[in-house]
Structure formats: C-alpha cells, structure tokens
Design a protein around this ligand. Structure first.
Ligand code: URA
Length: 296
C-alpha cells in the first residue's frame, strides 16, 4: 500500500490534525466483525434479503424471452436467491432486446463501442454530447462500474474525470491503484440530462451492453460504485449501505463462473457525506487485501 497516498487521502478528507499522542485504529475499535476476505461461501451465508419492494424490480414486460439466455445465465453456478433477481434476469422491453442483439454481435471491445455508438434505442444518446465508454486497462483483471457520466465526463467522453472521478483517483491511489491497473466504466454510457438518476427503462436498455462489456473483459474482480450499479448487477434490494463492503457473486451471461463483486459507496456520495468516509476506507482496505490475496 502506498502510505504517502493513504496519508494524502486522509488529509483530503479533513483528517489533517493529530489529536492523540499515539495512533488509534478506529476501524478496529468501531468496526463490526467481518471476514478478512469474503468469498462465495460468505455470499451464501448472507442473511436472506427481504422481498423486493415494487420499485426494486423494473415493471417492464417482454414480448418474448431474453435473447441472452446463454448456459451460464440459464444455469447460474451459484444460488442467487429468487427474491434477489439481478435486473438482467427480469423481463425486458423491445429496446433492451435490440440492445441485447447488438451487444451479443460484438466480439471485441472496439466492436462493442461501435455498437453502442450506433445504437438508437436509448433517448439519452440524443441529449448527450459524447458516448462515455471506458477508461483504463481492460487486461488488468479489475473492473469498476459507476453509475453514469456527469457534465465533465460528457464533455470529455471519459468516465470519472470530474470532481467525483478525481476523488475516486485519490481513493484508489491510497491503496496503490491507478487507471493502468483497472478498467472503469458506467452502468449508463450517456449523461442523463441535469445529472438526474437514469430511469429503470434506461438502465434495462443499456444493461446488455454493460453485461457484454464485462463478458468481453472477463475481470477477476468487480467493484460496484454506488446503489444503482449495485442494484442493477446484483438485484440487491437492501440498499448500498447494507451491501457495501461484502463480496457478492454476479452472474454474467457468457461467463462460465460468476464474478466476485464488491459494492462500495459512490465517490459522489462520499463528497456529500464526510461521515461515510470511514466506511469507504474500510472497503478500500478490504479491496486491497483481496487483490493481494489473489496474487499469492
Ligand atoms: N459518476 C459516475 O458514476 N460515473 C462517472 O463517470 C462520473 C461520475
């Protein structure tokens, strides 16, 4: 871990004054017990999630079955609780079916990008300045998924370049990561006007492209930044504050095994909620430990 970057992050977060003679590990003092490295077993052992509220499952009905029923999707390698249906397992509407066909036809990242650029099924493409596809290293084995581009990302055509992106870069630097060691993308590749949250329909329409993106990259680990990305990929209905910091497994159509994913608080939320930075720090440390364990 880059100790200097970690110190810089603490200073950026406002922890710029020593109050005690000796350091105090507040994470150890206040933290609830959690496994050093959550695994598939931990996922299975999670307490049952409550039944979804209507808002949790987009109310869109399909004309037919999803075209994406690959064996991995049809027969998940892990037991996803029936009530925690990933968004991509729910019925889809016509634009999502078209998106799925376009995404399935892409066999490289360049083809996927071109397919997204040509896709006219999501109205957000018409109001956005640029398509925001991805940034970083697709070979790195670690893939981060955010929510959607903001104004700066829309202008630059790159994800996470605005204030929350710069903040994310500092968070990652604190555990020795930069964009050469990960790939970063978003649930939604076009900026929703006024930075509003994307609607369920927009999420469902864009999701086949994200799933294909993940399938083509084949990351060893995923990090899900924020509630929307977490809900879309895991189907979790308990909220990000309860899901964060625990590895869950995400079934990706076309991949033989589920991908371990770590939900984390979104950097934009952390900028607004300084009190939550302690939790974010715990999650960063957990991520670093898991990545280190992976290479041992
Ligand atoms: N927030 C996101 O979720 N993604 C971006 O690209 C920028 C801000």
């Amino acid at each position: 871990m880059d100790a200097l970057a970690a110190l810089r992050l603490q200073i950026a977060w406002g922890a710029d004054e020593a109050l005690e003679e000796a350091p105090l590990d507040r994470l150890a003092a206040g933290a609830r017990p959690r496994p050093a490295q959550a695994t598939a077993a931990a996922t299975a052992a999670r307490p049952a999630l409550p039944a979804p509220r209507p808002a949790a499952a987009p109310a869109i009905r399909a004309a037919g079955p999803p075209a994406h029923a690959t064996p991995a999707h049809a027969t998940p390698a892990h037991a996803t609780p029936a009530h925690a249906t990933p968004v991509h397992a729910t019925p889809v509407h016509a634009a999502a079916l078209r998106a799925q066909a376009a995404a399935d036809a892409a066999h490289t990242l360049a083809e996927l990008r071109a397919a997204l650029a040509a896709f006219d099924g999501c109205p957000l493409a018409a109001t956005a300045t640029n398509l925001v596809f991805a940034d970083g290293n697709p070979e790195a084995g670690l893939m981060l998924v955010g929510e959607g581009p903001g104004a700066e990302e829309d202008r630059a055509g790159r994800p996470f370049v605005g204030p929350s992106g710069q903040f994310l870069d500092r968070m990652l630097a604190s555990i020795g990561l930069d964009r050469t060691q990960l790939l970063i993308t978003n649930l939604i590749p076009w900026r929703p006007p006024g930075n509003r949250n994307p609607t369920d329909t927009e999420v469902l329409t864009c999701l086949p492209f994200l799933l294909r993106h993940i399938a083509l990259v084949r990351p060893r680990r995923l990090v899900l930044l924020g509630a929307l990305a977490t809900r879309a990929l895991t189907g979790g209905v308990t909220g990000i504050t309860r899901m964060r910091g625990r590895w869950v497994e995400v079934t990706i159509p076309g991949l033989a095994a589920p991908v371990p994913a770590l939900p984390m608080l979104h950097p934009a939320y952390l900028l607004r909620s300084p009190g939550a930075k302690r939790l974010a720090w715990a999650d960063l440390v957990a991520l670093r430990r898991t990545l280190d364990a992976d290479v041992k």
